[in-house]
Design a protein around this ligand. Structure first.
Ligand code: RIB
Ligand code: CA
Length: 321
């Protein structure tokens, strides 16, 4: 096996963030150096608590968690609508014993990425599951860290799909459009899993049963989280269930062969009241600038579901009913 890929998960747990993290926790292909929660689906105090609880649920107390930004860079905070009051649906997890690290997310990113940029450490892949506030802030405070980023693999944006929070805009981009524009303009290697990709993978009730039967000691919690995720809106999504947004980031890291992508130059709308947070793709070089992202256009949905059933079954193999 090749060396595990050094990654940092920047996230706003969040039910789908939780599933993405639980999949990553049991993947030896990923060397998770840190988790950096951000204000998004929930205020930071809650996304931080949820991240600590998910680490304990997944048996990964070893992963340092560094609290990120309390608010977006400019706009007023908005929060998720489909994650329940706590951000983890109806699931009640024990109060976390695990503590957040004393240093915050920006210092953590500056340390890991700065060392990599100076050739003193591994370049890091940033797996971004929420608004890009932490990443943008780190790039603004320490521009030299860009040299330590191997790639950004992010869930966010909507290109040929309509938005899921407004007519045009996907939640992570809308929640901090200025941060998103800073990151897209940074000239970093980026793989973008937008709604065009995530709406191809619906987590349906029959899948929830499969996951519950396969995930051993965390089966009940996984089933609860996934059942809460059901939008029950077949008219909109074409089936029961919920779109598997953030878990596609972990799936891409593990099985990029399940995905097809196309290069483009991506811009983020930061002014328009009607279209704030809209991601606009220049697929054909009309704007003259360099392409700054690969946008995922096709997903092997069955392959992703099978991948996650296999990942969750590793929790059964790790013992305890
Ligand atoms: O639009 C989907 C994204 O918004 C996901 O990351 C979900 O967790 C929410 O943050
Ligand atoms: Ca998220």
């Amino acid at each position: 096996m090749t060396r595990p890929t050094p990654v940092i998960y920047d996230c706003d747990p969040g039910i789908d963030d939780a599933i993405a993290l639980l999949g990553a926790f049991v993947s030896p292909e990923l060397d998770i150096r840190a988790i950096t929660p951000v204000c998004g689906n929930q205020p930071l105090d809650r996304t931080l608590r949820n991240a600590l609880q998910i680490c304990e649920l997944g048996g990964r107390d070893d992963i340092p968690v560094h609290a990120g930004c309390h608010r977006p860079l400019c706009r007023e905070p908005i929060h998720g609508q489909f994650h329940g009051a706590t951000g983890l649906g109806n699931t009640v997890l024990p109060a976390p014993r695990k503590q957040a690290e004393a240093t915050g997310a920006i210092a953590c990113l500056a340390d890991h990425l700065g060392r990599a940029a100076r050739g003193e450490g591994d370049r890091i892949t940033l797996c971004c599951l929420g608004p890009l506030t932490n990443i943008a802030m780190a790039l603004r405070m320490y521009p030299e860290i860009a040299g330590g980023i191997e790639r950004i693999v992010m869930m966010g944006g909507a290109f040929r799909e309509p938005g899921n929070r407004t007519l045009t805009s996907e939640f992570n981009m809308l929640a901090d459009p200025h941060a998103a524009q800073i990151v897209f303009a940074a000239g970093l290697p980026m793989t973008v899993l937008g709604l065009d990709a995530t709406h191809q993978v619906m987590l349906r009730p029959e899948h929830v049963t499969q996951f519950a039967q396969s995930s051993g000691r965390i089966a009940r919690t996984v089933a609860e989280l996934m059942a809460f995720w059901d939008r029950n809106d077949a008219a909109r999504y074409g089936s029961r269930g919920g779109p598997l947004h953030d878990p596609l980031v972990t799936a891409w890291m593990l099985r990029p062969d399940l995905f097809e992508s196309r290069p483009a130059r991506v811009f983020v709308e930061t002014e328009s009241p009607l279209c704030l947070g809209q991601t606009v793709a220049d697929w054909y070089g009309k704007t003259g600038g360099a392409q700054n992202a690969r946008i995922v256009t096709r997903v092997d949905a069955a392959g992703v579901i099978d991948l996650y059933v296999g990942l969750m079954s590793r929790y059964r193999e790790r013992g305890a009913a």
